[in-house]
Design a protein around this ligand. Structure first.
Ligand SMILES: [Zn+2]
Length: 237
C-alpha cells in the first residue's frame, strides 16, 4: 500500500518535471514574440512619423502657393500702374510697389522651393519605409506562425502531462500530496529524493541511526531534517 503510494508520488513527480520543462520552453517563446511586436511597432511608428511630416509640408506648400499667387497679382497690378503712370510721383510710387512685391515674391518662391524639395525627400523616404514595413510584415507573418505552431504543440504536450499528473495524484493521499506540493514549490524542483546509503540524496545529511530500521523496510517516506525534502528508499524485492 505504502509502496503503491510512493510509486504514484514518484510518477507524479516525473510528470511535474516534464511539465516544468515544457513550461520553460513555452515561456522562452514569449520574448521572441515580443521582439517581433517591437520590431513591427517601430516600423509602423516610423511610417507614421514620415506621413505626418509629409502632411505638414504639404499644408505649408498649399499656403505658400496661395501667397505666391497673391503676390503675383499684387506685382502685376503695380507693374500695370507703373506702365500707366503719367506723373513722375505716381511712377515712383508704383515702381516702389513693384520692387516690394518682387522681393516678397522672390523670398516666398525660394521658401516654396525648399518645401518642394522636402516634400520630394519625404515621399521617397515614405515609399522606402512602406516597403520595409511590407517586408517586415511578411517575414514576421512566417516567424509568427512558426512560433504560434510551436506554442500549440507545447500546449498539447502540457495537456497530456497534466492529465498524467492528475491520474497519479488521484492515488496519493491529500496529506502527502500537500506536503509534496509545498516542498516542490519551494525547491522549484524534485521534492521526493531517494536515499543514498542512508544519507539524503539532496543535501547529503546522514539519517539518524534510530530512524534507519524504519527506512530499511522500504517504501517509507520521511522528511529530511536538514533540507526538508521527502526521502524514500525503494523496497528490495
Ligand atoms: Zn536533505
Amino acid at each position: 500500500m505504502v509502496n503503491a503510494e510512493l510509486d504514484a508520488l514518484l510518477a507524479l513527480q516525473a510528470s511535474d518535471g516534464v511539465i516544468r520543462e515544457i513550461e520553460g520552453r513555452r515561456a522562452a517563446l514569449s520574448p521572441r514574440l515580443a521582439l517581433l511586436d517591437v520590431t513591427q511597432k517601430r516600423t509602423v511608428e516610423e511610417v507614421g512619423r514620415i506621413e505626418s511630416s509629409l502632411e505638414r509640408e504639404l499644408t505649408r506648400q498649399r499656403l505658400l502657393d496661395a501667397r505666391i499667387a497673391d503676390l503675383r497679382s499684387t506685382h502685376d497690378r503695380a507693374a500695370g500702374a507703373l506702365a500707366a503712370a503719367e506723373r513722375i510721383s505716381d511712377a515712383a510710387a508704383a515702381a516702389s510697389q513693384v520692387e516690394v512685391a518682387r522681393r516678397a515674391l522672390a523670398e516666398t518662391e525660394s521658401e516654396a522651393h525648399g518645401v518642394s524639395r522636402r516634400v520630394a525627400d519625404l515621399r521617397t523616404a515614405l515609399a522606402a519605409h512602406r516597403e520595409v514595413l511590407a517586408q517586415v510584415s511578411q517575414d514576421q507573418g512566417d516567424a509568427r506562425s512558426e512560433l504560434e505552431r510551436q506554442r500549440a504543440l507545447l500546449d498539447a504536450e502540457l495537456a497530456t502531462a497534466r492529465m498524467h499528473r492528475q491520474l497519479s495524484a488521484s492515488t496519493v493521499s491529500a496529506d502527502l500530496l500537500g506536503k509534496y506540493e509545498r516542498i516542490a514549490l519551494r525547491r522549484r524542483s524534485d521534492a521526493v529524493i531517494e536515499l543514498r546509503d542512508f544519507s539524503c540524496g539532496a543535501c547529503d545529511t546522514a539519517i539518524p541511526l534510530q530512524r534507519r530500521p524504519f527506512m530499511m523496510a522500504g517504501g517509507r517516506i520521511e522528511l529530511c531534517e536538514a533540507c526538508g525534502v521527502l526521502l524514500y528508499r525503494k523496497a528490495r524485492e
